[in-house]
Each structure stands twice: as C-alpha cells, then as structure tokens.
Design a protein around this ligand. Sequence first.
Ligand code: ADP
Length: 155
Amino acid sequence: MTRKSHNKRVALFPGSFNPFTRGHQRIVERALSLFDNVIILFGININKPETDEAMQAELASVKELYASDERVSVEAYKGLTVDAARDFGADAILRGVRNVSDFEYERNMADINMKLSGIETVILVAEPQMALISSSMVRELASYGADVSDYLPKK
Ligand code: ADP
C-alpha cells in the first residue's frame, strides 16, 4: 500500500499580526502538533499602504523569532488567503478563536474560503490565559507607554 507519509502537512496562518502576540505564538506552537509546517502569512492591506513599513518591520522580527525553527516560515501576501494557500501549497488555513465574536467572524471566513476553493480551516480555541490578548490591546497599551512585554512572544 502506498502511504503518503512523506507528504508534509502545511498550515497557512494568515493575519494582520499588528503586532504578533504571545497568543499568535501559542497558536503556531500548538498547530505544530497537527501540522509539519506552519506558514505565518502577513496580509498586505492594499487600502492601507501607510502601514506597510510597520508591517515589514514586524515581519522581520517574527522571521527572526522563528529563524532557528525550520518548521515555521514567515511570508507576506497581497490578495486572497485562498490564493495564497494555493501558491504556498497549504493543506489548511489556521486561525484562532478567543470568544463568540471571534467565532462568528471565523466561521464566516471559513465558510467563504471553503466555498471559494474547498480548503479546510482549522480553528484552535485560545487557552484561557491567552484569551484576553489582542493586537489592538497591545497597540493601545504601548501607545500610552505601558509595559506590554507579557503579551509579546517569549524568545
Ligand atoms: P486578522 O486581522 O486577520 O483577524 P489578527 O492578527 O488579529 O488578524 O489575528 C490572526 C488570527 O489569530 C485570528 O484568527 C485571530 O482570531 C487569532 N488570534 C488573535 N489573538 C489571539 C489569541 N490571543 N489567542 C488565540 N488566537 C488569537
């Protein structure tokens, strides 16, 4: 019997990652028990070119975070997630949920992406200690000079 065991299972983790938080980091870590590779995909927002420079800097720092882990790669993409999934040869889209409002959004996206290309979305439920961490909260706290190191990736 032919086994496909040599085929690597690849998850595509798309997001804004503005910034990439410890919550995102845990999703990647946990997904590595389900997939051989995780591609972290920074979505380029064509309507917000002014954020591009900040995104490039964040992308560089996430690349550095995973520099020694060859299971994880970091990319940027302008366009639909389903097109990125095809281009990068991903088997599934990876997302996280923290609460019911995340869930409503995520189930819509999963449904749309399934209809567009037949790709599955794997949604991991945030651990309780991660559920209150959001990029927008980190941005807000940081803008007032608060220490946000607890919410950012552990090196
Ligand atoms: P987007 O703008 O595409 O929602 P985000 O960077 O905000 O991008 O989030 C990317 C994914 O990570 C989303 O599925 C989001 O629900 C999930 N996520 C964000 N923060 C956390 C967290 N603390 N724990 C688990 N999942 C999270």
